[in-house]
Each structure stands twice: as C-alpha cells, then as structure tokens.
Write a protein that binds this ligand. Structure first.
Ligand code: FAD
Length: 81
C-alpha cells in the first residue's frame, strides 16, 4: 500500500439530507447530512438552503428535508439512492 486516506460519509438515518431551519434556535439553518451525495446534490442543496434563509419561494418542497422529522414522530423511511 503506497498511500491511503479516509473520510466520513455524512449519513442521516433516512439517507435524506437535512436542509432546514432549526426550529429551536431562531435564525439557525442546517444544510448537511448529504448521505454520500453532497457533490452531486450540492447545487440543489445550496439553492434550497438559500431560499429558506432568504424567505424566498422554495425551489422544491422543503418538507422532506426538515430537521424536525427526527423528533416529531414522523415515520422515517430510507430514501431511494
Ligand atoms: C469517500 C467518499 C466518497 C464520496 N463520493 C461522493 C460522490 O461520488 N458523489 C457525491 O455526490 N458525494 C460523494 N461524497 C459525499 C460528499 O463528499 C459529501 O456529501 C460532501 O462533501 C458534504 O459537503 P458538506 O459541505 O455538507 O460537508 P463537508 O464537505 O464535510 O464540509 C464540512 C466542513 O466543516 C468543517 N467543520 C466541521 N466542524 C467544524 C467546526 N466545529 N468548526 C468549523 N468548521 C468545522 C470541516 O472541516 C469541513 O471543512 C463522498 C464522500 C466520501 C467520504
């Protein structure tokens, strides 16, 4: 072995990113948990995050990406890859 490297894959429990306001902390937003697709999905994640922060109309329905899904008793289903 000449060289090696490693890194974290930032998975969420349902493999769907969190792109969301943090309800308990006013003015805080999260765009993370890209679940191994952060390079490919980055432009879309950034667009939706910017929409949420700016209060603009969201480019897609933000509901599936809300942080609160892990705390509001929503049924958590692993997303399609
Ligand atoms: C081996 C591997 C292969 C991958 N292959 C693909 C692929 O083929 N296609 C694809 O789309 N995605 C791929 N990904 C996933 C992609 O790399 C990630 O989804 C993406 O990099 C996440 O981007 P991010 O900006 O959310 O987080 P990151 O790139 O992790 O950036 C977070 C930054 O925050 C910094 N940070 C952390 N804590 C603190 C702190 N307390 N204070 C200040 N700074 C802090 C970190 O140093 C880091 O620079 C791969 C990931 C890995 C590990």
């Amino acid at each position: 072995i000449v060289s090696s490297w490693g890194g974290y894959i930032d998975f969420t429990p349902d493999a769907v990113p969190v792109i969301s306001a943090v309800d308990s902390i006013g003015g805080a937003f999260v765009a993370a948990g890209c679940s191994g697709h952060g390079f490919g999905a980055g432009p879309g994640i950034g667009h939706l995050a910017a929409d949420l922060v700016a209060g603009d109309a969201a480019i897609v329905d933000p509901a599936p990406f809300r942080l609160s899904r892990f705390a509001d008793r929503s049924k958590i289903e692993v997303g399609a890859f």
